[in-house]
Design a protein around this ligand. Structure first.
Ligand code: SF4
Length: 238
């Protein structure tokens, strides 16, 4: 089987060594995306899945992280690689934009995933499309939001460890009202939440490439505001 692979690299995740398998191709076009070189399904990215399996077999990593762009779009390849990783006694983690509940459901039902990192980019409001540019010929933002809500319901009812992350971006996603709405969503998932600094210089949208990121103290203020509303939340800053 061939699939679209953007690259592989070693990373440290939760204090353990992981092989990160970066799937090419994404259904979103987030303005702040720093993976713009692998968003398209280009022929040059096509790789035989056996090459990746050989790397997983030969490695002494504790686990494999499937990330991207968006790994859940290539469901067959993702499940095949997760099954293989589990056979090799690796921990499996997935980083997703939550828009493909069908892929996540299969991974969870087959017990092929230990940790799911979810990127919550915006509340489910008008700002969602402004941040993600997710509308396609086939799907309206309303349908994508409905799919994401299905993912959250699935995660609420599963035992898999979930870690949520939100990027705080000047001029785009920073307002108190928006951040509290996201906090409410994360709170309902009963999972840890990381507020992430925006990285300037490499975003997909050139108009925001040179804006200065917020200070750590601004992110701390957002964290404190959310903790006042939801005191039992675990919120980190990265
Ligand atoms: S940041 Fe957005 S566009 Fe970039 S890979 Fe993630 S979901 Fe896709």
């Amino acid at each position: 089987m061939e699939f679209y692979l953007g690259g592989m690299k070693s990373i440290v995740l939760d204090d353990k060594f992981y092989l990160a398998v970066l799937f090419a191709g994404c259904n979103f076009r987030c303005r702040y995306c720093f993976n713009s070189s692998i968003l398209e399904f280009k022929n040059e990215f096509l790789k035989n899945i056996m090459e990746v399996k050989k790397t997983i077999s030969a490695s002494d990593f504790n686990g494999v992280l499937f990330a991207g762009a968006e790994p859940c779009i290539q469901r067959q390849a993702l499940i095949s690689l997760a099954r293989f990783s589990k056979k090799k006694n690796k921990q499996v983690a997935v980083f997703t934009n939550c828009s493909r509940p069908d892929s996540l459901r299969s991974l969870i039902i087959e017990q092929l995933v230990d940790r799911i990192y979810i990127d919550i980019k915006s509340p489910f409001s008008k700002s969602f499309e402004r941040v993600t540019n997710s509308r396609t010929y086939f799907k309206e933002p309303e349908q994508i939001i409905a799919d994401m809500k299905e993912t959250f319901e699935l995660l609420r009812n599963s035992d898999v460890t979930v870690i949520a992350r939100t990027t705080i971006i000047p001029s785009l996603m920073y307002r108190k009202d928006d951040i509290i709405k996201i906090a409410k969503l994360v709170h309902s998932l009963e999972c840890n939440w990381e507020l992430q600094h925006y990285i300037p210089g490499i975003s997909l949208d050139k108009k925001i490439q040179n804006i200065r990121p917020f200070t750590k103290s601004f992110l701390n203020t957002l964290k404190e505001i959310c903790l006042k509303e939801f005191p039992d939340m675990e919120i980190g800053i990265v």
